[in-house]
Design a protein around this ligand. Sequence first.
Ligand code: NG1
Ligand code: ZN
Length: 527
Amino acid sequence: MSLHSAFNKYPAPSGINYAYGTAGFRYFGDQLDSVAFKVGVIATLRSICLGGKTIGIVITASHNPPDQNGVKVVDPMGEMLPQSWEPFANQLANTKDWHQFNQLVQERLPENYLKSRDIVPMVVIARDTRQSGPRLVSAVIDGVNALNGHITDFGMLTTPQLHYITRCSNDGSFGVASEQGYYNKLIKTVTKILQINNYDCLDAVTVDTANGIGGDKLQKINALNHVMSFHVINGDTAHPLRLNVDCGADYVKTNQRLPHGVGNPIPDQLYASFDGDADRLVCYFMDKGGKFRLLDGDRIATLFASLIGGLLCHVKGIHVTTAIIQTAYSNGSSTEFIREKLGLPVYFTSTGVKHLHEKAIEFDVGIYFEANGHGTVVFSKKYLEELKKYEAKNSSEQVAVDTLILLVDLINQAVGDSISDLITVLVALKLMKKSVEKWGDDYSELANKLFKLKVADRFVFKTTDAERRLIEPVGVQEKIDEVVKRYSKGRSFVRASGTEDAVRVYSEAANEDDCTELGEKVCEIVK
Ligand code: NG1
Ligand code: ZN
């Protein structure tokens, strides 16, 4: 199909102003056909501009309701589409006129390509379990084909698996670019870590997979290995309308309670939840007193930092920089724990993993997590080089060095990954001989609450200082400051959501009542 015919096949609906947000274009599934076609075009152009590198596309709306969907572009190394391409993506998505559309496309084509046409643009795509997925994949394929690109459809994958495949397609040293390649790398690495540390297997764990794609993939891992096993609950992918309903990482984090389907949890035993596309992880347990204890992204970051920091202490003479990157939503107690107990620096960035990732790569070991469970660890080249050339003085040092090297393959550095993050949690607890209770007792969270407000125009809320302070509307921040200072350990901030048409208000304080009262007062100021 020519570009012109494909353009006519996918008319942009009127009345919607599409915007490429932190998670790509995210709308109701039936509003995305024209956008999906155009994202096929954008990914192909991006591949051409990068000399034929493989670009990824994921069709998912993550933790959002089943009738929504999203289209997101993944850059060659598994990162997000650079911000500099977002205005172009928005322009294309909103263009209804063929001539204007064609002109925008032609202008993006590099001169050398126009002369020789010797680049084959490469795109890989996968989707989650949503009903609108197959239709949107077809629209993307039409977009790629219209520009003579080559596209491989990987069917249903977790978002991190597609990031992994994109990265491997451009960097063979990362692994084999297939779903099987992903499992092989993970299983081989875990097996090796356990073996050198003298363990047979990891503890089995119950995982709520939000009735999303993560459940199917965990079952595959169960069938492929002997060192780890996952008991999947909320793993019904045959009924897409159950996706994220009363379960999943977002439900557990937001409501601070067990997901549907756990029944009577065994006290002090670890449970975990993924979100719908398996890029977020939260853990939790019921303590002996029957209290629900959440182990969110902040906790996972501190656990990983303890594991890596502990191993590095065994290897005297290695000098690498380590830091933890957080967002304004990270609990104040976790920040204090990292600075004071772990002795590590903490940096803050705006919400959205691309911001955290950018900061994390400034360090040899950059650990970043959003409180909602989205995050990973990135390691520098220097980290690997130093460890590989290190001459261990005894066998325990050697085990520490080898484990530190293997962590690079265990953790999906391309993006936060529920599966690999969960396995790393299990490895960390095993290697540090740490119980779940002990993990939960590292620090106590300050009471915290998240409010969502509908406002006439969320874009009037402009922030600074990693989104922790408002600069517009003028005068609002001063009113918030005035309220916050009346509460012990009080903290509150306001920002426009990048994924929903709403404004979020976060409050934190020494106790529940104060936290709720503070949050409600700030909501009153914003309304
Ligand atoms: P928005 O809607 O911009 O708050 C949400 C999450 C982000 C991030 C993105 C992408 C919260 C408060 N916000 O963003 O952290 O994960 O979705 O999925 O959790
Ligand atoms: Zn997600």
